[in-house]
Design a protein around this ligand. Sequence first.
Ligand code: PGA
Length: 253
Amino acid sequence: MRRLPFIAGNWKMNKTVGEALELIRELKVAIAHVKEVEVAVAPPFTALYAVHKELEGTSIRLAAQNLYWEERGAFTGEVSPLMLKEVGCQYVIIGHSERRQFFGESDETVNRKIKAALAQGLKLIFCVGETLKDREEAKTFSVVERQIEGGLRGLGDKELRNMVIAYEPIWAIGTGKTATPEQAEEVHRFIRGKMDKLHSRGVSEEIRIQYGGSVTPENIKGLMNQPNIDGALVGGASLKAESFSKIVRFKEM
Ligand code: PGA
């Protein structure tokens, strides 16, 4: 089964509108010739519309980093799926570990957000991953399994076709400690096997699973060589056109 590689840059709480436009302009040039890799960027909310305008005529996708599940109403500080669609988002990242750690998101709220995104026609990147303590206590598989079962509760094959899963071990995020390709592959294989149990064979073979956690131009190739690693969710290295474009161009290495 051939899955289209998908490289997404999660800018987190970085880049003013001016800085975002500068980065996108450089990136467009640096990856203009790249074919057969899907690329997305996830700027902060405030830069989405400007980046959307700058991306017109390119195949780079626009992603948001979060959403709220209601369409509108008295929810101070929140942003709805409808609003994200309107500013040009095709994707939204849901359940990132920083949202879970610092903003109290649970498998249940992640599930509500996933359903709301899909109902509005947004595709999504659904993040899972264990802490260092979980890994040391040999709980990696059980934690990831719980996150998948909870996050995907009530969803069928059709919904899964609009989703990408990102496996991001928390101990590897922003720490410079990447999982080895073999460590990542082991969990990716487990996730695909889990999808096979919960869903049809077609879906489990089609669904793309990204790796995230200190991905760099130096380690991307080894990760992408693994059979069940279909792309990357890149944080720090997505903030510069030079490093992000090298990651996108991993096939040229
Ligand atoms: P990092 O972040 O590449 O800076 O480790 C990845 C992520 O959190 O998505």
